[in-house]
Design a protein around this ligand. Structure first.
Ligand SMILES: Nc1nc2c(c(=O)[nH]1)N[C@H]1C(S)=C(S)[C@@H](COP(=O)(O)O)O[C@H]1N2
Ligand SMILES: [Mo]
Length: 355
């Protein structure tokens, strides 16, 4: 299966709607991900956005707005930032290997990418509308029909006013591509991808969290042993501290001797990556990885290390720390949850070194 406009080596889980992940070798070595290599996660068909579409801003505001999308760049000062977008279901396959997770795409570690996004800060738009007392959340609504309703979700008002949340119309210096939510999407850095609502039609300031099924039923961390349902568990927001090994591939055969290992580390909430360590014996002894260029608080930090492998099997592991000092959990088993979200266990690559 191939996806139009996408790299031929993308892993296509579903063609219509398009759901495709990036294989590790296309993510390695590039701190921003080219659009043709950027993962796509869509719950419903691409909406037709014709005519002169507008964005409605309503709810608990002093002045409801209806903004023509074409006028946004002239009306608001654009902000450009580098941010990693990660699906909450990234690395689900490792959880599904422990216990089945039916009805969900078994993403590997490639439902993630980093781009340079430009748009109007949501804070500036909300300032123009005037947020009223009692407001606690800001809800987004898309134009697509995803399982019977438009896709939507919400974020806390404090995050919405933070300045880093964009109403984005450009990605990597190009007009926002349709499959990534063009002409306009929300971009919520440091949060699970699901809150970065594509094909944005409406922004509603409100007292409560969004009642959209993708906030109320889906994209919630449900305790193991409970049935997912409306309001069960917590709505996902900030991303956990996470890291992935991009090379060597899990299961690879490599020459014994020096081995280059590379990957990414990312934290939510804008916390900086302080340290990444790698192990060649499954996590008993560790050595420091080198952190590559810092692209700011919302982007992953690429890292690399050189290890020495003796002939035979080896288990390479990695772990990251962020500025809060939080460690990553060693194993995915205690993280298992019915929908398979938020796997942030140490990444491991089992390899065989040949003399
Ligand atoms: N309108 C709409 N917005 C959406 C989605 C969707 O299906 N419809 N999928 C969400 C999910 S789950 C993710 S991970 C990201 C994926 O963004 P991308 O396809 O640009 O990579 O978009 C989010 N925004
Ligand atoms: Mo997602």
């Amino acid at each position: 299966m191939a996806a139009p406009g996408k790299h031929p080596e993308m892993r296509v889980w579903q063609e219509r709607p398009l759901n495709a992940e990036t294989p590790p070798h296309l993510l390695a070595g590039a701190d921003t991900t080219p659009i043709e290599c950027f993962f796509v996660r869509s719950h419903g068909p691409l909406p037709e956005v014709g005519g002169s579409p507008s964005l409605v801003v309503d709810g608990l505001v002093g002045r409801p707005l209806e903004l023509r999308l074409a006028e946004l760049p002239a009306r608001f000062d654009a902000r450009t930032l580098t941010a990693t977008l990660a699906c909450a279901g990234n690395r689900r396959s490792e959880l599904a290997a422990l216990r089945a997770i039916p009805g969900q795409i078994p993403w590997g570690a490639g439902a993630i990418g980093t781009a340079v996004w430009s748009g109007a800060p949501l804070a500036a738009v909300l300032r123009e509308a005037g947020v009223r007392a009692g407001a606690r959340h800001v809800a987004f609504l898309g134009r697509d029909e995803a399982s019977g309703c438009a896709f939507g979700g919400s974020i806390p008002l404090a995050k919405a006013l933070s300045g880093e949340v964009l109403l984005a119309w450009a990605m990597n210096g190009r007009e926002l591509p349709r499959e990534h939510g063009g002409p306009l999407r929300a971009l919520v850095p440091g949060y699970v991808g699901a809150r970065s609502v594509k094909w944005l039609a409406r922004v509603t300031v409100q007292r409560e969290e969004s009642r959209n099924p993708f906030q109320r039923d889906d994209y919630r961390l449900v305790p193991a042993g409970r049935e997912p349902g409306p309001g069960v568990g917590v709505a996902l927001g900030e991303l956990p501290l996470n890291a992935v090994i991009l090379a060597p591939a899990d299961g690879a055969t490599v020459p014994a001797g020096p081995l280059a290992v590379e990957g990414w580390a990312l934290s939510g909430g804008g916390r900086a990556i302080e340290r990444v360590e790698v192990s060649v014996d499954g996590g008993r002894a560790w050595s420091q990885a080198e952190l590559l260029e810092d692209r700011g608080p919302w982007a992953w930090r690429l890292w690399r290390a050189r290890l020495a492998l003796s002939p035979g099997p080896a288990e390479i592991a990695a772990r990251a720390w962020d500025s809060s000092g939080t460690p990553q959990p060693p194993d995915p088993a205690p993280l298992w949850n019915p929908r398979g979200y938020a796997n942030a266990a140490w990444p491991r690559a089992r390899v065989v070194a040949r003399a």
